[in-house]
Design a protein. Structure first.
Lengths: 145, 190
């Protein structure tokens, strides 16, 4: 019965066949003389076998085909986003340039419009920063189990 | 020779179809990864649609790595690590794991209602499932990787990016805890 606590730590690895031959023999020799460890081995074996028999979820047809959608979908989605954003930036820049250089528009109106646009952009920026901060503080360890 | 490439209408629609001349093993491997990856992702996420997305990402990575000289992603541990990372990303986004894990429709299968032994075994497995679901994520995860997915310690170490010694001690802790919780349901002579 001696050295039980040390042997107990090896029982799990013994069951998995992950011990060296020497450690394996040590566990077997001890278990031959120790009812407590023999029982622990039997119970751990039952748990181990039980887990291996748990139900295996199977994907349905939709999920199965979803798993087969590969790089083409991903790539086209990425390219679509980049193209869309790039186009938007170019058009917005062009519109701003046209507006700023348009001599028929009153200077007062230009300043007011610039202030409005700047204000909206600042608001958007502050919301974005808030979101980013919230995302950073979202810890995996806080995952509800 | 292996020929595995996107073809025809399927490829245009973003769906990978493949043709294989002589190497059926590669297709079988991919099929096996997809199945096992789905089960693993289900264990982590508890939702079939999200699990399918994670596996898709994992297959994408597998697919891209296969073409590179000197890369050897043909190990389930490598694939599981990619899928697991995607699952962790998804969990971060939604901040909780859903509870559809393993037995969404009640007790495990292999039911044998005609025999008392079958009922008892089902009851045992249902209890085991329940206790497993209540465990801390790192312990639950390592138990499933070892006992359900049958990965070696070295593979588990790669999937979780930890040392083999840590795998051994964590598994010991997980099994001891589960054994403690299952006291009363562990008659060894059954």
């Amino acid at each position: 019965m001696n050295d039980c606590s040390h042997i107990e730590e090896s029982l799990s690895a013994y069951l998995d066949g992950e011990l060296t031959q020497q450690d394996r023999q040590r566990v077997e020799l001890h278990a031959d003389q120790c009812d407590r460890c023999t029982q622990a081995l039997a119970e751990l074996t039952r748990i181990r076998e039980g887990i291996s028999q748990l139900r295996q979820p199977e994907p349905n047809e939709i999920q199965w085909s979803r798993m087969m959608r590969l790089t083409a979908t991903k790539t086209s989605r990425g390219v679509g986003w980049i193209a869309g954003i790039a186009g938007g930036v170019v058009l917005a820049g062009y519109a701003v340039y046209e507006f700023a250089t348009d001599e028929t528009t009153d200077a007062f109106f230009k300043v007011a419009t610039a202030a409005l646009a700047g204000g909206v952009l600042l608001l958007l920026f502050s919301v974005l920063m808030e979101r980013l901060h919230a995302r950073k503080s979202d810890r995996y360890k806080d995952v509800e189990l | 020779m292996v020929r595995l490439y996107p073809t025809g209408v399927g490829a245009a629609a973003g769906v990978l179809t493949y043709e294989v001349d002589t190497d059926r093993e590669l297709v079988a491997l991919m099929d096996d990864y997809r199945r096992r990856g789905f089960v693993f992702a289900m264990h982590m996420l508890g939702n079939a649609d999200d699990a399918a997305d994670a596996v898709q990402d994992g297959l994408c990575a597998w697919w891209s790595q296969r073409g590179r000289v000197g890369q050897s992603p043909d190990s389930i541990a490598w694939f599981f690590r990619v899928v697991r990372n995607r699952c962790v990303d998804q969990l971060r986004k939604r901040s909780h794991r859903r509870h559809e894990v393993l037995s969404p429709e009640g007790p495990p299968d292999r039911r044998d209602p005609a025999s008392a032994a079958g009922d008892e075994r089902d009851e045992f497995l249902a209890r085991l499932q329940n206790e497993l679901d209540r465990m801390d994520e790192p312990l639950r995860e390592i138990l499933l990787l070892r006992d359900f997915h049958d990965l070696t310690y070295a593979d588990i170490a790669e999937v979780l990016s930890i040392r083999v010694g840590t795998v051994m001690s964590r598994l010991h802790r997980a099994r001891s805890k589960l054994r403690e919780r299952m006291k009363g349901n562990l008659c060894a002579d059954e």
